[in-house]
Design a protein. Structure first.
Length: 242
């Protein structure tokens, strides 16, 4: 008997959860918003690599440039927590001669991730990267330092949009908007979430171009415009109708 009662309660709870709408006059609306903010941080991902028949020589070259780069970054007051380096990766490299693999030596590689919190120093940092003779593509991405604050602002505006829509629809029928019954970021239990979307992405020149091009050295001191980041939010609200 107890098992039967438990089963009935479980089925009743499941039905109630599957139908979150109230059994009284109501309106179910979607609210959305998009706000723009200026990014204040940049993440730079780059690689230092060297090839040589003697793996020790290649490693010494990468180590030397890594130390030079890190010291330069610290001299720019970039904190240690904003500089992340991976362990060295060593891989054999080959040439193909008459269909056969011929050892060309070893490639030593290290990745460095840098967080730049003062975008006005972008040109100075790019110059430092060129001076370190970066040998791989430099990838950059923009972000905001406090994404939660921006996301919350977008959510609040989405709620305001939902209420405005609901009020307009209800008042068009000669009724008044009542209290909020439920608020959710999910539509019919399907996941929807707010997110930050950069409207632009920047990529560095090839390492070789950065190292040898005088034009690139001149450009590194030019003003940098980060553009904007758009924060989007969507909510689903059920209001009672008076």
């Amino acid at each position: 008997m107890n098992h039967l009662l438990a089963l009935v309660l479980l089925l009743t709870s499941a039905v109630a959860f599957a139908n979150p709408l109230p059994a009284k006059p109501h309106i179910y609306v979607e609210g959305s918003a998009e706000i723009e903010v200026i990014p204040d941080e940049m993440t730079i991902t780059l690689g230092l690599s060297s090839e040589n028949m003697d793996v020790g020589v290649a490693k010494a070259d990468v180590d030397k440039r890594s130390v030079h780069l890190i010291n330069t970054l610290k001299a720019m007051d970039i904190e240690a927590r904003d500089i992340a380096t991976t362990a060295l990766q060593v891989t054999p490299v080959y040439d193909y001669v008459e269909g056969k693999q011929v050892p060309r030596g070893s490639r030593v590689y290290r990745q460095v991730d840098i967080t730049l919190r003062d975008l006005e120093r972008y040109g100075e940092l790019m110059q430092a990267l060129m001076d370190a003779k970066i040998s791989n593509t430099v990838d950059t991405s923009l972000s905001v330092s406090d994404e939660k604050v921006v996301s919350d602002q977008a959510l609040i505006k989405a709620l305001e949009d939902a209420r405005s829509r609901a009020a307009a629809l209800v008042e068009s029928q000669g009724r008044k908007l009542g209290d909020v019954h439920s608020i959710s970021e999910f539509e019919l239990r399907r996941e929807e979430t707010y997110f930050l979307v950069p409207n632009r992405q920047m990529y560095g020149e090839s390492a070789q171009g950065l190292a040898v091009s005088a034009d690139m050295r001149m450009k590194s001191s030019e003003p940098f415009e980060p553009g904007v980041i758009r924060a989007k939010a969507k909510v689903y609200v059920v209001y009672l109708i008076k």
